[in-house]
Design a protein around this ligand. Structure first.
Ligand SMILES: Nc1ncnc2c1ncn2[C@@H]1O[C@H](COP(=O)(O)OP(=O)(O)OP(=O)(O)O)[C@@H](O)[C@H]1O
Length: 841
């Protein structure tokens, strides 16, 4: 028996732990994961529970397989099987390095786990095998077994002794230790003591157990007795799941010292065989009190083992070995210099459903671990004769290497490059580089021009959109606004449009010229590269690099362009958001002013409420310009396609349209009433709200409280009006008018016959014609602004909250138009329509 207190000296020192020095070989290997399914025990058989593990073959198993459902007959008819209470089967397929079915013996498990491992051990690798699983899953049976069925610890050692007996070149020493980790304390099972042993970490020898005794053994039988003795000292307590439940982790370690007879080198390898405590759930074992505390400690250490496994599987650089005694002990049995086999023991009965599932998941995770392992070779002290022998061998080796070197020098000389060819290659390189420089400059110029083209196009699109918006607002608001629109904004917009066209044409021609020159130089460069590759295939990297430079330039330019476009659009969005936030407030004031005069037609109320509802719900609004997603033009401006130069000019403004104008159709129907009616006298009753003094000294109260508005009444009145007019179906026949728009604004579209009639009617009235305003229809957004369409301004009256004198009722049916329709509708401008509608009214 050898007792190790400190790192021992000389051979025995090395025997305490494998050395990290002198490593000659590194290799990576997975943790080998073997799943063993134990047979049903008597209790499980009595319960006749479902089998939840189906071993498909020696590598695959299915957890919670689909059950065969027996047909159920009622009065001779097979009934549909609908067991709603039954949980669906997981039917999870797991593939491991090996799967041992219920029928597998300990010997079978040994054959596929540690037997092969021993040859690695004898080659100088640390090895370890550990059994993991819930309590009663068969870990101890697998690792220790019994006299009838010895476990793999015994079988491995037996085989190891067989190997040792066949050894001729090496002297081998075997020493073993057997320890348990119970409640986060380490105890020597072969030298029982109530005082726990301390773990020490040594930079040279790794983790060591201070005060641990090592026992030299010569035969496997000695070992069996030792294991038996040790197991008697192991902490065991009966639990619900296992009458002899091991409540500690048992670590059996074998140190093999191999001394080479010829070289005096020696290796120390360690084989660890670990029977872990059960990974049970407390509820499954029915543990309380002290047992519960044990269980908690077991689970804690297994949890930290799981964490280490997970981190190793993830390739993490920090592995939390220090979290528990168990992981500290197993440090070099998991991620360190070690070959590892994990045996995951599972029970097949549905009673252990959760535990089996958890063990399989744990095992699957462990399968991913990559270990970097190395042989442990330590140089020992050599005698003079050995030195002489080695020196001779080394001299021989040096001579061989010198000979090889001479040979390779000769070959190198003979392979010396042909200077003429080298010069030609250099020349090729030079010409390509020169052409590349020219091409690069042309490309940069082209990309710059294209980017300017895109920016110009975007700015113009935004300007046009803003203008159409302003125009729309102007003719909704006041005569003055429309006048100012016609005298200032439209000419300005026309000038901007002209300037845009000029700039675009200029840029387009510049782009085209630049592109032609760029394309020529591209072809030239391409040709040069092809020639160079044909003559010097080894220039392929150089040529690839040339092509990459161009790609890099293009993506850089595109990136800069996108940033520019985004910044322009952001500025636009900010301005628009600010403007939009003022609108509902203003609209509310306007509406309430009208309401104060009792001049709000129900249709307007309904529309107002609808708008305010939208404004209210638009708190978290994101101002997305959906059109841009689908707008081909927008897609075009956000790309730089050097293969095909294109124009940014909006070709929808065709030559034919040059003199066309756009209709401007203003509101006026219900509001004409407002204009003509006498103001309604305000009731004496004091109303809540903000008083506003009118020009004629009248005071109206603006009820600022949105909620106080009687929405039901207003909406109902709006509905009533719709019903009364009941023109929807009539108008629908034209395929142009959306009935829901009838009480709101305009429904004309470009292709409308009605519109043509409107134009006719416009001319009849010989109203002033302005150029440049947009068609104010509900489809305003979808229609591009075109200039030059014939426009008609009908005097706008919205925005005048002052009471006007009532005008005599018009006699001409044409002039009745304004009264006939709800607020904002321009439909009745068609004479024929008017008659129809008026008849109903
Ligand atoms: N493959 C098997 N063949 C026959 N019996 C088995 C097998 N595996 C386990 N058993 C029996 O099942 C019972 C529980 O097994 P074992 O003690 O090995 O479980 P364990 O996982 O070590 O439990 P614990 O963690 O509580 O110690 C024992 O009686 C054992 O003999």
């Amino acid at each position: 028996m050898v007792r190790i207190e400190k790192p021992p000296l000389g051979r025995s020192k090395a025997a305490a732990a494998p050395s990290k020095s002198g490593s000659t070989l590194n290799m990576t290997a997975n943790i080998k994961v073997v799943v063993r399914v134990r047979p049903l025990n008597e209790r499980e058989m009595e319960l006749n529970n479902r089998i939840i593990v189906d071993v498909v073959d020696d590598k695959m198993l299915v957890f919670d397989p689909k059950e065969e459902i027996r047909p159920f007959y009622y009065q001779g008819v097979q009934q549909p099987n609908k067991n709603f209470l039954k949980r669906a089967n997981k039917e999870l397929k797991f593939i491991f390095d090996s799967v041992c079915a219920q029928s597998a013996s300990n010997n079978d498990v040994f054959e596929i786990t540690t037997k092969d491992m021993l040859s690695s051990l004898m080659e100088g690798y640390n090895c370890s095998v550990f059994a993991y699983g819930a309590t009663g899953a068969g870990k101890t049976h697998t690792m220790i077994g019994n006299t009838e069925h010895p476990g793999i610890t015994y079988l491995t050692m037996e085989h190891l002794f067989d190997i040792l007996n066949c050894e001729k070149d090496r002297e081998l020493d075997i020493a073993v230790s057997y320890i348990e980790v119970y409640n986060e304390n380490v105890y020597d099972l072969l030298k029982p003591s109530s005082t726990p042993l301390q773990l020490r970490e040594d930079s040279k020898y790794g983790v060591m157990v201070a005060g641990l005794t090592l026992h030299k053994i010569k035969t496997a039988r000695e070992l069996l007795n030792m294991l038996e003795d040790g197991n008697k000292n192991r902490t065991q307590h009966p639990t619900d799941a296992n009458a002899e439940s091991s409540r500690s982790h048992a670590v059996f370690q074998v140190y093999v010292t191999m001394r080479y007879k010829t070289s005096n080198q020696f290796r120390i390898v360690k084989l660890s065989m670990i029977d872990l405590a059960g990974s049970e759930r407390a509820s499954a074992t029915g543990c309380v009190g002290e047992r519960f505390k044990e269980g908690a400690n077991i689970n804690r250490s297994l949890l930290s083992l799981g964490n280490c496994i997970n981190k190793l599987a993830d390739g993490s650089s920090y592995i939390p070995y220090r979290d528990s005694k168990l992981t500290r002990l197993l440090k070099d049995s998991l991620g360190g210099n070690c070959k590892t086999v994990m045996i995951a023991n599972v029970a097949p009965s549905s009673v252990s459903y959760e535990d089996t599932y958890n063990t399989l998941k744990y095992a699957a995770r462990a399968n991913k671990i990559q270990l970097s392992i190395k042989k442990n070779i330590v140089d020992g002290h050599m005698g003079p004769s050995q030195y002489v022998k080695i020196t001779q061998e080394l001299k021989k080796k040096i001579k061989e290497l010198e000979a090889k070197l001479t040979l390779s020098t000769v070959k190198t000389v003979s392979r010396e490059p042909d200077p003429a060819k080298e010069n030609a290659k250099q020349e090729c390189r030079k010409r390509i580089q020169e052409e590349e420089a020219v091409h690069g400059a042309l490309e940069a110029q082209l990309l710059e021009l294209m980017a300017r083209q895109r920016v110009l196009s975007l700015r113009h699109a935004l300007r046009t959109r803003a203008f159409s918006h302003v125009a729309d607002l102007a003719h909704r608001s006041s005569t003055e606004a429309v006048d100012s629109m016609c005298t200032e904004e439209i000419p300005r917009q026309e000038r901007a449009q002209e300037s845009y066209v000029k700039q675009s044409v200029l840029l387009d021609s510049k782009v085209f010229t630049a592109w032609t020159r760029w394309d020529e130089s591209r072809k030239k460069l391409y040709h040069l590269c092809e020639q160079a590759l044909a003559a010097h295939p080894d220039l392929d990297y150089f040529v690839q690099n040339v092509h990459l430079q161009s790609k890099l330039r293009q993506s850089g330019a595109l990136e800069r362009l996108k940033q520019k476009l985004v910044s322009i659009q952001n500025a636009e969005i900010n301005a628009f958001t600010e403007y939009m936030s003022d609108m509902p407030r203003m609209l509310k004031k306007l509406y309430l002013t009208l309401k104060g005069y009792d001049k709000v037609p129900p249709a307007l109320t309904a529309e107002y409420l609808e708008v305010m509802k939208k404004a209210k719900s638009a708190k978290g609004i994101t101002w997305s310009d959906k059109e841009n997603d689908t707008d081909a033009h927008f897609k075009f401006i956000t790309t730089l396609d050097t293969h095909k130069p294109s124009t940014t000019l909006d070709l929808t403004v065709s030559k034919n349209d040059a003199n066309a104008t756009v209709d401007i159709i203003t509101d006026g129907e219900d509001l004409t009433d407002i204009e003509n009616k006498e103001p309604v006298k305000l009731s004496a009753k004091k109303r809540k709200g903000t008083p506003i003094k009118l020009v004629n000294n009248e005071t109206i109260i603006i009820n600022d409280s949105f909620e106080i508005l009687d929405t039901t009444r207003n909406i109902n009145s709006a509905k009533k009006i719709k019903r009364e007019y009941n023109i929807a179906s009539e108008i629908e026949n034209y395929g142009l008018i959306d009935p829901k728009d009838l009480n709101s604004t305009f429904v004309l579209t470009e292709t409308s016959d009605i519109k043509k009639a409107v134009k006719t009617e416009v001319k009849m009235e010989s109203q002033p014609v302005k150029r440049g305003l947009v068609d104010r229809t509900n489809t305003l957004q979808q229609r591009p602004v075109t200039f030059g369409d014939k426009a008609r301004i009908v005097k706008p009256i919205v925005g005048k909250a002052l009471p006007f004198r009532r005008m005599p009722a018009p006699t001409n049916p044409t002039n009745l138009t304004a009264r006939t329709f709800g607020f904002g509708s321009s439909v009745p401008r068609d004479n024929s329509q008017q008659k129809n509608v008026q008849g109903r009214y």
